[in-house]
Design a protein around this ligand. Structure first.
Ligand code: F0G
Length: 455
């Protein structure tokens, strides 16, 4: 059971099917356009959507809003140093700001970053620095149905090969994303991380963690990596941070905060360069774009998030929803992670071609059937068409992500999601594909307009 009880509640909107049909038409079938008031269960993201604890709200009240030298900062710094071992801690308003600052300070155009999988903002920030982001996911990740426990690993063979190639001097950085969000939320084993760290050290390349979900990764390590079975998630997390030269952190995930993040660094000279960019673009180094109360809330969240009882109940929620999904007849990327389930919409809606966006079609149907908001991760997100709408590139898989906000939805909500999934499967032959009618030149999935194309 969940290791907490509920003190504050928030009503959730209930809408009729007719209202949802109208809402979908109004937003041109783009779920990012919906008002939150039109969504009953919002599984769009687990980022910044968690419920704070009483202790976090109390910590917020005690926050010190001094511009320079805030008491909240020194507390935050102590907590983060203790967890990560990095001497230099720079607060930022969210994870992508840490990415922008680190890459601006560290990368020069033409260089390469290598990762198990770059998250999309990480990739975008690498590319904005004039560099190339190379993903080397492990081969096991390609089998969506296998229940191998560490499908988030980096391919060590290809990493070593890359570090030996003639252009290896262009590799500026290796980034391990824990858990691997771009790779279906699959975890990275400590063995894989330690071997990647050894390779990086041997070749003089810094290793960074994208630690947004470090506690969930550590929990899965204690469950599936025999050498770590007797360790606490906190001990595993501490070890993971100690294998790297620094970290990028979005505290909106495993900080259980609504906003915030930080950059952790061992290299003091690099930290000084980052600090200048921080002052110019985020704020003075003792607040970094956050309020003092945010720093205290994050510090408290970081101490709560490695509680094994909390992590276990989160894993059980994900497994419960995974069972409901399989029972409804929908395959997911196995095994289920903790922060999200990834539905295989391409397999379910095989009558819809990739350039008619089966993932998007399923996401719209889940909204129509029961007010559930999810996000497509398929050809709408990753593909491209020519001016006549014919596919130029399509995504390798047509997926829908159901993200699980932390401490927010209980078993009753998940059962509702299960019923809606079953209803969508019942009508699957009648689910239409979609055609783009308008798209911006960049990051089209956020703002594009679509219309249904009856199959
Ligand atoms: N790294 C990872 C692995 C992420 O999942 C995210 C955000 C970021 C970096 C960027 O952090 O949002 O604080 O700027 N992921 C969210 C998601 C948006 O829905 O998966 P941010």
């Amino acid at each position: 059971m969940e290791p907490y009880r509920i003190k504050v509640v928030e009503p959730i909107p209930v809408t009729t099917r007719v209202q949802r049909e109208q809402a979908l038409r109004r937003v041109h079938y783009n779920l990012f356009g919906l008002r939150a008031d039109e969504v009953t269960i919002d599984l769009l993201t687990d980022s910044g959507t968690g419920a704070l604890s009483a202790a976090q709200w109390a910590a917020g009240m005690a926050g010190d809003e001094s511009y320079a030298g805030s008491r909240s900062f020194y507390h935050f710094q102590e907590v983060v140093r203790d967890l990560t071992s990095y001497p230099c801690i720079l607060p930022v308003h969210q994870g992508r700001a840490a990415e922008r600052i680190l890459f601006s300070a560290l990368l020069t155009p033409g260089q390469i970053t290598v990762s198990n999988t770059h998250f999309d903002t990480t990739r975008a920030n690498v590319e904005l620095s004039g560099c190339q982001a190379v993903d080397l996911p492990c081969p096991e990740a390609q089998d969506l149905d296998s229940s191998e426990p560490f499908k988030g690993n980096v391919d060590l063979y290809r990493l070593e090969e890359a570090l030996h190639r003639p252009d290896a001097s262009r590799i500026a950085l290796v980034i391990m994303t824990l858990t691997n969000n771009g790779g279906a939320g699959q975890p990275v084993s400590m063995d894989n991380l330690a071997r990647a760290a050894t390779l990086c050290r041997k070749h003089g390349v810094p290793l960074f963690l994208d630690a947004a979900r470090f506690a969930e990764n550590a929990w899965l390590v204690t469950q599936h990596e025999p050498a770590y079975r007797d360790m606490s998630p906190r001990q595993v997390a501490e070890q993971a941070f100690r294998l790297a030269d620094g970290c990028l952190m979005s505290a909106k995930k495993d900080g259980i905060a609504h906003i915030g993040g930080f950059l952790g660094l061992r290299d003091r000279a690099l930290a000084e360069r980052c600090e200048l960019l921080l002052i110019a673009t985020e704020g003075f180094p003792t607040y970094g774009g956050l309020a003092g109360r945010d720093l205290d809330m994050i510090a408290q969240g970081l101490t709560e998030v490695t509680d094994p009882r909390y992590l276990q109940s989160r894993a059980e929620a994900a497994h419960h929803l995974a069972r409901l999904t399989r029972d409804a007849g929908i395959s997911i990327i196995e095994p289920p992670g903790l922060h999200a389930l990834y539905l295989n919409a391409g397999r379910l809606l095989s009558h819809i071609a990739a350039h008619r966006f089966p993932g998007h079609a399923l996401a719209c149907q889940l909204y129509l059937e029961g007010g559930i908001r999810s996000v497509e991760l398929g050809s709408l997100y990753l593909g491209q068409e020519d001016e006549n709408g014919a596919p130029v590139t399509t995504a390798p898989y047509e997926l829908v992500r159901l993200a699980l906000p932390r401490r927010t939805y209980g078993p009753g909500h998940l059962n509702h999601v299960g019923e809606v999934l079953a209803a969508a499967v019942k009508s699957k032959e009648r689910i239409p594909g979609y055609r783009l009618v308008e798209q911006p030149s960049l990051l089209r999935h956020f703002r594009c307009k679509l219309e249904p194309v009856p199959s």
